[in-house]
Design a protein around this ligand. Structure first.
Ligand code: SF4
Length: 192
């Protein structure tokens, strides 16, 4: 039987992008096809779960929490999710995926957030949202996406030494108002 490699499942607040501030059940899948230097995901930790175990865990966290969304993230969730094995169908929650945009995403999700990394172009057609971790050397790429008809946000780069490039990201957004500033709200309020 096929199993998913899951890093963690938890209930918290979406801290980034278009749904910032929205209560959400997060499913963080293990493993990624990229290796970004600032990545804060522990790719070594994984629990193997069947389709039913994964669905049961999420349903349990959603119980009595109508209005919460489900966020499939990673790692890179598109490494494990497939069109022929839909998850969470029939749930009243919006099913969102956060992907680096280098792999096809399943068609059964409701909302696709692409966060291109390292200046790599996305192969995902018509995402609902583009979220860029701000790296000044990739500004030409951000500007090439400026006319895309979707939500677009710029998120300051959080370095491992605790500093960020918030000031530069803010300057960029103020100069290019089609982008919003996305700060990591969950870190500011001290939750996961
Ligand atoms: S794409 Fe995301 S999960 Fe993958 S290495 Fe980069 S920051 Fe980490």
């Amino acid at each position: 039987m096929r199993k998913y490699r899951v890093n963690e499942i938890f209930y918290s607040i979406q801290g980034e992008g278009a749904f910032a501030g929205t209560p959400a059940v997060f499913v963080r899948f293990s493993g990624c096809n990229l290796a970004c230097p600032w990545c804060d995901t522990d790719h070594s930790h994984a629990v193997e779960m069947t389709h039913d175990e994964l669905e049961d865990a999420v349903r349990a966290l959603l119980k009595g929490r109508e209005g919460a969304i489900v966020v499939l993230t990673g790692g890179e969730p598109a490494l494990q999710l497939r069109d022929d094995e839909p998850l969470f169908q029939g749930l009243p929650s919006r099913i969102c995926i956060e992907t680096n945009g280098t792999l096809p995403v399943p068609t059964w999700v409701d909302w696709v957030t692409v966060s291109p990394k390292n200046g790599l172009s996305t192969i995902v057609p018509a995402p609902d949202e583009l979220k860029f971790v701000f790296e000044p050397e990739h500004i030409p790429y951000y500007l090439s996406m400026e006319e895309e008809r979707c939500e677009k946000s710029i998120q300051p780069l959080a370095r491992k030494d605790g500093t960020t490039n918030l000031a530069e990201a803010l300057d960029f957004v103020l100069a290019h108002p089609r982008f919003k500033l996305s700060v990591q709200l969950h870190k500011i309020i001290g939750v996961r």
